[in-house]
Design a protein around this ligand. Sequence first.
Ligand SMILES: NC(=O)C1=CN([C@@H]2O[C@H](COP(=O)(O)OP(=O)(O)OC[C@H]3O[C@@H](n4cnc5c(N)ncnc54)[C@H](O)[C@@H]3O)[C@@H](O)[C@H]2O)C=CC1
Ligand SMILES: O=C(O)CCC(=O)C(=O)O
Length: 418
Amino acid sequence: MAEEANPFESLQSQIDDAAAYLEVDDDVIERLKHPERVLETNLTVEMDDGSLERFKAFRSQFNGDRGPYKGGIRYHPQVSRDEVKALSGWMTYKTATADIPLGGGKGGIIIDPADYSESELERVTRAFAKELRPLIGEDRDVPAPDVNTGQREMNWIKDTYETLENTTEPGVITGKNLASGGSEGRVEATGRSTVIAAREAFDYLDKDLEGATVAVQGYGNAGWIAAKLIDEMGATVVAASDSSGAIYNPDGFDPVAAKDHKNETGSVIGFEGSEEELTNEDLLTLDVDLLIPAALENAIDADLAEDVEADVISEAANGPLTPGADEVLAEKDVFVIPDILANAGGVTVSYFEWVQNRQRFYWTEEKVNAELEELIVDAFDALVDTFETHDVDNARIAAYVVAIQRVADSFEEAGSWP
Ligand SMILES: NC(=O)C1=CN([C@@H]2O[C@H](COP(=O)(O)OP(=O)(O)OC[C@H]3O[C@@H](n4cnc5c(N)ncnc54)[C@H](O)[C@@H]3O)[C@@H](O)[C@H]2O)C=CC1
Ligand SMILES: O=C(O)CCC(=O)C(=O)O
């Protein structure tokens, strides 16, 4: 029977796996397995035809021991309270892995944006921003983009917040466009860290990235940029997918042309550089050197993991492997670079954006990318160091050992229980 993974339970089991290697008090570990608070709200919004529609929305503030809560806002029909809680926990351990002074949060609205006009989406977003207003702020909680949200939504949230607060506070949200106080390099940052981490893993495993074959599941912000950058590093992108299916060419294709095709038609399907169309499942089990899951949670469960043939997986998505898949892949010696490191580029450049907003002093793209490179390489080195010294089963556990220790240290150094 296929493994049914609740993302929040997956997060908690990842924490338990790592806690076994740590000398952190059980009560502190238990605290670090739950969000500090979760907002659940209903947005009632007027549609273009004058009718009213209700949307359930959430914001989970998981942990603020190391700094303001930080994490994206997702628009998707499958958003749920448990998914948002899990994503906010993963943010907590991601900011700790990258060693940036932020906590973890996440938000989401249960909505399929494809069903709504731009003006309806603007009203939904501004309604959510009103509900978020008492919770967010540059020193409290700083949202950002995630699945199906981007600069447009971030600009609306910033504008609503600043209007209601009668202030200018661009650091209340990141992932804005440049004219609204965004950072150079933020759009590319998630894909960039995914490939920097892959490059470091290939180096660590003594594998050649030049000519290595790559499959990318999900061709949105994270996936397509990862495809473009890994191609620039000399690897060959042979497969890509989106929610309509997958394209494949064993000789490789131009990832930018595939993206242009998706922009024009709405999907990678039908791209002229493809030799064959595959199902999404076929893509995940291709015999490639590197697999980049860049869509949603639970893409690979224990059953499917048995058929995975990639040597290295770099998780651009959050939570793409179930705990059962992790076990199977560890037994098969597949090197999995966990999401909390591989996709940490997004929040790291969000951190740079927040720093620039607060200083009102903006960096060049070269500076952003150089600082990002340094933090991701340092995080990878810390992971490898723990992977080797603690004799853990997989790289995810190593990343959590490092991250949980950092969060626990902040909590314990701040004082005692209330
Ligand atoms: N945008 C960001 O800055 C960050 C995103 N992430 C994670 O990366 C993942 C993707 O996010 P974005 O690229 O921002 O979203 P996006 O909305 O730009 O793109 C998502 C892509 O996944 C595809 N997709 C959906 N279901 C699929 C399926 N079953 N099989 C194949 N493709 C499927 C969609 O068609 C779309 O191309 C998510 O897990 C997100 O949490 C992580 C860190 C930061
Ligand atoms: O940029 C950010 O603050 C968070 C991005 C995000 O939601 C993620 O890393 O999953």
